[in-house]
Ligand binder design. Structure first.
Ligand code: FE2
Ligand code: FE2
Length: 167
């Protein structure tokens, strides 16, 4: 692969680490609100993002490119509500999808088939990510904060676990 594509993949690896940071900040907000299930949801989300970053890290190594770590931006630490946090998460995922489309365009232009196939996994994953956040936003819009349904959702998210996706 050429230097431009390698650099773009490296940027994306760092963006995935930053995404983990964004979701861990959301988890901390939930913990502070004593919503431990929602906090767990975002801790698992952060683990998934770290897994994504490491997937790119490994790919760069496999292609004889060095992964270069950069400073991460400061994530947003304050939210108005759970809905606010999930809406920010959704916007973050939409932004990430756009980044993968740009990466795929770059790989396509370079006829870098190995990278195109590698990126396909992430493009599929983004469909899941957007659907996950959108689904929760729709639920949160229908239920009142501090209602039984709200706490049932919190309890449901307490059982979310991280399972490394199959290759
Ligand atoms: Fe990701
Ligand atoms: Fe994500």
């Amino acid at each position: 692969m050429n230097d431009k594509l390698a650099q773009a993949l490296n940027d994306q690896m760092n963006f995935e680490f930053y995404s983990a940071h964004v979701y861990l900040a959301m988890a901390a907000y939930c913990s502070d609100e004593s919503l431990d299930g929602f906090a767990n949801f975002f801790i698992i989300q952060a683990e998934e993002e770290r897994f994504h970053a490491m997937k790119i890290y490994k790919f760069l190594n496999d292609r004889n490119r060095r992964a270069t770590l950069t400073a991460l931006g400061e994530p947003k630490n304050e939210y108005d509500s759970m809905l606010d946090a999930f809406e920010h998460g959704y916007a973050h995922e939409q932004q990430n999808t756009k980044r993968f489309y740009d990466l795929a365009d770059l790989a396509l232009n370079e006829r870098e088939h190995a990278t195109m196939y590698f990126l396909k996994w992430f493009i599929d994953e983004q469909v899941e990510e957007e659907a996950l956040f959108d689904g929760i936003i729709q639920k949160l819009k229908r239920i009142e904060k501090d209602s039984n349904a709200f706490y049932m959702l919190d309890a449901e998210f307490a059982s979310r676990t991280f399972v490394a996706p199959a290759e």
